[in-house]
Design a protein around this ligand. Structure first.
Ligand SMILES: [Zn+2]
Ligand SMILES: [Zn+2]
Length: 486
């Protein structure tokens, strides 16, 4: 945030040695001595009968008694549930993958002749089906696990594995998008659909998913909610904008345990970031990027470096004299991570995606924000731009260097400050979604009204950690799912 005059040291890593200790992990709590408990509230949310004794798996999903815990925890709901009461979120849940909610912001479900129709592409991709659209015949084919269905716009005849099935309602085109009957599509792939009239919410259950429990879209009652698949074979990648208040910490989870962390929040956030990574099953970190030496970016990194083996540690050629920065250098040294001075044009060598550094051109200890390491991540056809606290100067530099800054998801620079995200830069990024990592009621007035207006005028949906909590982007390299903690 603030610019500090820094003394340039001759080497980036100084040889200061201190003893350090690893703090104890927080206890999750609220279970009995057997590690289980009885469902008392919101049981339908967890697909449990009231008073049902159950355990929680490490990933937050529910394991009922008399069931074997498996990797492929089925989430098929138990029969005889009532849906006349709007479920509310579970009581004060810790952030767990099972709390994922997916907002569908392009097309709400529609009702025609008493039948619920949902956006074709989103529903099929959410179910993990491969789909192909044939424009001349206006028909869609979707395949998953040996099941193939074919639907045609305007036709009540659908096909499941070549056998005709008569639909109550034909697929339609609404607002230029194809909507298909939810029940036929979901049940064809052995899922289940519940429609809650009171809240106008469609619940979609898909079996064989580790994270198959769907949550009530309390803030978005008209949206379909579902949880994207997480099977290892699906090659999903996840980008977690961890809610660390007025700070940045972004965890990029690529397939096959290839993990990148950008920044670690404030000093007080270190253990929270470590706990979050542990909850995601992180074994080690292939790359850690300290975007620039401000405390809200590097403060929590020493805890991370003590908890995890890091292969490569990237930082700009910019230094400061703060104790926080010194602690970081010590932690990097003790970790034995390979230290790399990040410069525009470099690539990270983490497998599974392409990661290109677009800034800084040169580091400047008098302008730490504009020394921020800016990373572009290309995953399949999807792309992400992580800008640290880079301001207009760095943005202009990236554009004049001719870098392709376009990205589906933009981490808005410098917590939404008015000195970042110039219109020219935003026009070139052309994001589909923007994420602002920012603390509620922060003293800097972030995000700036002007930045929010710019994004709004550009029609870019904005996700904010102060309002949405942790924001997780899920992608299979083609589609992007935005989900939020709150
Ligand atoms: Zn900064
Ligand atoms: Zn910052």
């Amino acid at each position: 945030m603030k610019k500090q005059r820094a003394i340039l040291t001759s080497t980036v890593l100084s040889a200061i040695l201190l003893t350090t200790s690893v703090p104890a992990l927080a206890h999750p709590g609220r279970t009995d001595s057997d590690g289980g408990h009885t469902c008392r509230t919101n049981c339908e949310k967890w697909c449990l009968q009231p008073s049902k004794y159950h355990y929680h798996n490490a990933d937050g999903s529910v394991r009922r008694v008399n069931e074997q815990p498996t990797e492929q925890e089925s989430s098929t709901p138990e029969p005889a549930q009532t849906w006349d009461q709007a479920p509310s979120p579970p009581p004060a849940p810790a952030w767990q993958p099972a709390n994922v909610k997916v907002k569908l912001d392009d097309q709400e479900p529609v009702t025609a002749n008493g039948r619920t129709l949902v956006p074709m592409r989103r529903i099929l991709e959410s179910l993990g089906a491969q789909l192909s659209w044939d424009q001349p015949t206006q028909s869609v084919t979707a395949t998953k696990d040996g099941v193939t269905i074919l639907l045609t716009v305007g036709s009540k005849t659908a096909y499941k594995n070549g056998t005709p099935v008569t639909l109550d309602q034909a697929p339609l085109i609404v607002n230029g998008r194809t909507v298909v009957p939810a029940r036929f599509v979901v049940e064809a792939f052995n899922g289940d659909v519940k429609w809650d009239d009171a809240t106008r919410t469609v619940y979609i259950f898909s079996p064989g998913r580790k994270l198959g429990i769907l949550k009530h879209a309390d803030k978005h009652p008209d949206k379909v909610v579902t949880v994207p698949p997480t099977e290892p074979g699906n090659k999903m990648a996840y980008v977690h904008f961890i809610d660390v208040g007025q700070a940045d910490s972004i965890y990029i989870q690529l397939p096959n345990h290839n993990d990148i962390l950008i920044d670690g929040g404030n000093r007080a956030d270190g253990q929270k970031v470590v706990d979050y990574l542990k909850a995601q099953g992180v074994d080690d970190l292939e790359a850690v990027i300290a975007t620039h030496p401000h405390e809200d970016h590097i403060g929590g990194l020493p805890d991370v470096l003590q908890a995890y083996q890091v292969d490569s540690f990237y930082m700009p050629n910019a230094v400061t004299t703060t104790r926080t920065f010194e602690d970081l250098l010590i932690a990097v040294k003790e970790n034995h991570a390979k230290t790399i001075v990040a410069k525009a044009g470099m690539k990270l060598e983490v497998p599974g995606a392409e990661e290109v550094i677009l800034a800084p051109e040169i580091g400047d200890s008098d302008d730490l924000n504009n020394s921020s390491v800016v990373l572009k991540l290309n995953y399949g056809q999807t792309s992400f731009l992580f800008t640290g606290d880079a301001e207009n100067l760095s943005e202009v530099q990236m554009l004049s260097n001719g870098y392709d800054v376009s990205a589906d998801v933009l981490k808005v620079g410098h917590h939404g400050s008015q000195y970042s995200t110039s219109k020219g830069f935003l026009d070139n990024v052309k994001p589909k979604y923007a994420v602002i990592s920012v603390g509620a009621g922060n003293e800097y007035g972030h995000p700036a009204e002007s930045t929010l207006k710019l994004l709004q005028d550009a029609g870019v949906p904005v996700y904010r950690t102060d309002k949405d909590g942790t924001v997780v982007v899920t992608t299979d390299g083609a589609s992007i799912f935005m989900s939020t903690q709150k």
